[in-house]
Design a protein around this ligand. Structure first.
Ligand code: GRF
Length: 193
């Protein structure tokens, strides 16, 4: 990817549900010194609660249901090229992008995952962490590669798990740190390009 040269980077955020990380990225991008310009919000789910933030912030939204992954990804690539998107941030996006999509997009794709990768890849992270009586958990921002939750790690934040923690309290704790971690990780990634 080209160096930034003082320009903001055209970004698309992909969501599937609640969108609290999207909300925090939007708040961040509105700041004057932000390196991001969020141009597009993509969802595979037209009922995703997070789409409300597209409306509120007057950012273009695009919904494609991924029922036929091939077709959805083709249309999506076209949309991304039309909007000159140079960075994708996955934020609670529940579909796995194909190798073909990742290769054709050619630009960086980041993801936020609620565990201390490489531990606890995939779904139901908090449940597994509690079941295994881990002392720590956290969140990781990483580059998306063709292997699930396995690309280069950009930034991680660790938290202590209390004796009384359950899935719900852990999720809440981690979401809170994620809202700071994702913008910070994106900045770190972009200034080191
Ligand atoms: C976050 O915990 C993120 O790490 C994971 O999915 C959750 C999305 O939450 N990938 P939200 O939709 O951003 O509120």
């Amino acid at each position: 990817m080209e160096k930034l040269n003082g320009k903001k980077i055209n970004t698309a955020v992909f969501i599937s549900g609640r969108g609290s990380n999207l909300r925090s990225l939007i708040e961040h991008y509105k700041k004057k010194n932000s390196l991001l310009s969020i141009k597009l919000i993509v969802s595979n789910n037209r009922k995703a609660k997070g789409l409300i933030y597209a409306k509120r912030s007057k950012i273009i939204k695009y919904v494609t249901n991924f029922k036929n992954k091939n077709v959805s990804e083709k249309k999506l690539l076209k949309k991304l090229f039309n909007h000159k998107i140079n960075l994708i941030c996955l934020a609670g996006f529940m579909k796995i992008l194909s190798e073909n999509f990742i290769k054709k997009f050619k630009k960086p794709i980041l993801n936020i995952h609620p565990s201390l990768l490489p531990k606890y890849k995939g779904l139901n992270t908090h449940k597994k962490v509690i079941k295994n009586k881990e002392k720590f958990s956290g969140s990781t921002v990483h580059l998306v590669s063709t292997k699930l939750d396995s690309g280069k790690i950009i930034l991680q934040k660790k938290i202590k798990i209390s004796k009384y923690e359950n899935e719900k309290t852990l999720e809440k704790k981690i979401l809170k740190i994620e809202h700071e971690l994702y913008p910070k990780a994106i900045k770190k990634f972009l200034i080191n390009l």
